[in-house]
Design a protein around this ligand. Sequence first.
Ligand SMILES: [Fe+2]
Length: 451
Amino acid sequence: MRRIWVLYLGITVAVGLVALGVLTWFARDAVLANWKALLFLAAMGAIAESQAVVISKDRAITVAFAVNLCALLMFGPVPAAWVALVSVLGAVSDFGHGKREHIFNTPVHKTLFNSASYILSMIAGGYAYAALGGGFLAGRAFAGFAALFAFIGANLAPLVVAILAYILVNTGTVALYLTFFTGRNTIRQWFGQFLWSIPSLFVIGVLGIIITLMYQQFGWVAVVLFFGPLMLARYTFVLYSSLKKGYLDTIKALSSSIEAKDVYTVGHSKRVEELCEGMATVLDLSAKRMETLRYAALLHDVGKIGIPEAILNKPGPLNKEEREQIRRHPEIGAHMLGGIEFLADAVRIIRAHHIAYDGSGYPSTASADGQLLEAQIICTADSYDAMTTDRPYRPAMLRERALSEIRRLSGTQFSPTVVDALERAIHRIEPLPAAAPAPQELTPAHKAEAS
Ligand SMILES: [Fe+2]
């Protein structure tokens, strides 16, 4: 898969750069005649590109598309591709890694891929627009806004197709990049990661059209003035991102509260979450199910808050009554979180995370939900982590021994599909930490930041 990823990256970069070179030769007059305007738009694009909003750990979004669209409507596809390219090369973005990232501290292959993705997106959108009869504004005179609006109205169908073509090529190239990098299904990847952003990109497209009209009538000052509303559109992404981060921070705080009480489980929830994420990747779960699974994994033992510390930290074996008390934690956790709407699906999983594959386990009232794939994933990851870390009553098992124990219980305590996913996830996560770097951001419209 790694070799296919390298091959794909190489082909995309080669096609993007060659296409730009060849098309620039044929459109050199349009590029050279408007170089000052293009440089100005590229500078505005770079500012917009620098304001990337991180949506999740492998996604970010920008509003630079509005400026690129303005360049397209004014000067045509090739000048617009140059504006997009210079914008991405000139961006200085903060992806939350504690430093601002730019071309001088970003791996060359990432910069090249993102540049090629932007070029190809702009060329696809631009030539789709031109092929459908869309006109360009530079050098044309309009008698007031009414004439300009009439122009946009007459070109509306090509414009919608152009925006769609841009989005499809942009998201498609990045989705394939991630597919070859992570091994996930492309279509599922695309629906999970990118579908949500299409309405937002159309709104940014409308702002791009407004900026174009202002630019045509009043020149560069209007573009600078309309940057305010554009940044307001960016703010909607900031709100979305803050909301998601707020959810996750709350969940992490709740998760760590149990670790303050149970000294032997420090780091357990986080490790289970990482293991679950690895297994969900192997099993190709959708982004939505993956998110719910991560929430449930972080909170699966939160009900232990209701169990006395003397039992949780007892250095010897538990007696029958103490075991009964411990067994109440899935229901206590489900009860605690039951009123939180966005955790409704996670609560079912938390309640069933001690139900075995054969239906045994506790609480018996959750045995139906025990068959949920997510509940089985947590059940297996939980057991693996418990086996491979020190507990009050026994030292940690070696990884191979824990895996063979889990394999022995496959089909009874654990789902065979999930056991298989655990083995594949462990071999991906543990022996190859240096050889398999994790994906980071995508920005865009979308750009790839996976190493
Ligand atoms: Fe548990």
